[in-house]
Design a protein around this ligand. Structure first.
Ligand code: UDP
Ligand code: MG
Length: 308
């Protein structure tokens, strides 16, 4: 009998756990040809997520949990679940029921047809804020333009991976993991399914604007060195452009016999190039930070306890 592992990262999700569990259980009652396990990864929750998980695990043998020593972030939580999953396929999904469990049979069917990766594209429900929609679209636009992986708008972390793909991900020792990009980059035979994201059932979104921005930078710099080239191009461009512009300006004022007070142009130049330099330093800094993290080679998560 084939086994499906469901991986669910949970950060302060006490209000969602029993519902997501019962929904998944309902789905597998129709999939009698498969064994399954649900691996919850408690990513350092500050509410009663852990107590709920321990209780659930006592009642139901298919429920497993991994408790982190602190919050390590959504991507690392999913990665941990994959590290410990032993199914023939692994499905990752959110705890808040925004990823409809009803799609699981379709994903499994496509997998059985021979696809190694079945990923999902989120279409918006009406209730997603205009701001989140626009910033998310903008992110995928920039990422696709800047990097060599083609990420579709609305790519989500709700996906099925064949065990062979999971093995590849396990072996990548990337410190700043960005699964959506990595999975696309891996190749294999991929199939995509559209879905409309439901509203979060209970609790609030854990992605604040700041976290989303950091996530965007992680994604872009994990899959592209183009920003580094951008820095070089900009530098070149302006060091050629400015003498030309200044030559015209000097020539013009000479011709006009106008007094060159010089202040305005000077301050503009200083401000402009100051900004340019800071931008370029910033880009270099982000990549250096990555090298720094990678070279320390710290674990990407620490397990405090687990029940298997
Ligand atoms: N999550 C996590 N660690 C974090 C932030 C989020 O494990 O630091 C989990 C969260 O519990 C949920 C999933 O990642 O299961 C997606 O988070 P959320 O629903 O807050 O994101 P959104 O849907 O608003 O983008
Ligand atoms: Mg959510």
């Amino acid at each position: 009998m084939k086994k499906i592992s469901i991986v669910i990262p949970a950060y302060n999700e006490e209000g969602n756990l029993s519902l997501i569990h019962s929904e998944i259980r309902k789905v597998f009652q129709t999939l009698t040809d498969y064994n399954y396990e649900i691996i919850f990864v408690n990513d350092g929750s500050r509410d009663h997520t852990q107590q709920h998980l321990e209780k659930l695990a006592l009642e139901c043998h298919e429920v497993k949990y991994i408790e982190f020593s602190r919050n390590f972030g959504h991507q690392n939580a999913v990665k941990a679940g994959m590290d410990y999953a032993d199914g023939n396929a692994v499905i990752s999904m959110d705890a808040d029921l925004q990823h409809p469990p009803i799609l699981i049979p379709d994903m499994i069917r496509k997998w059985e047809e021979g696809f190694d990766i079945v990923y999902t594209i989120r279409k918006y429900s009406k209730n997603i804020s205009f701001f989140k929609r626009k910033t998310s679209d903008f992110f995928y636009h920039i990422l696709s333009g800047l990097s060599d992986v083609e990420l579709e708008k609305g790519s989500s972390d709700f996906r099925l991976l064949d065990a062979s793909v999971v093995e590849v991900i396990r072996r990548t020792g990337e410190s700043d993991i960005f699964l959506r990009g990595l999975v696309k980059w891996i190749g294999f035979r991929q199939y995509s399914i559209d879905f409309v994201a439901a509203d979060r059932f209970s609790g609030v979104s854990k992605y604040s604007f700041g976290k989303m921005l950091r996530f965007a930078f992680t994604g872009i710099t994990a899959f592209s060195v183009k920003p580094l080239y951008l820095a070089a191009y900009l530098g070149f461009f302006f060091s050629f452009l400015s003498p030309v512009v200044y030559f015209v300006y000097v020539f013009y004022s000479f011709y006009n016999e106008s007094e060159i007070s010089g202040w305005a142009s000077l301050i503009m130049t200083v401000v402009f190039f100051g900004g340019l330099q800071l931008t370029i330093l910033g880009i270099l800094g982000i990549y250096m930070g990555k090298i720094f993290k990678q070279i320390k080679d710290r674990p990407t998560y620490i397990v405090r306890s687990k029940n298997f």
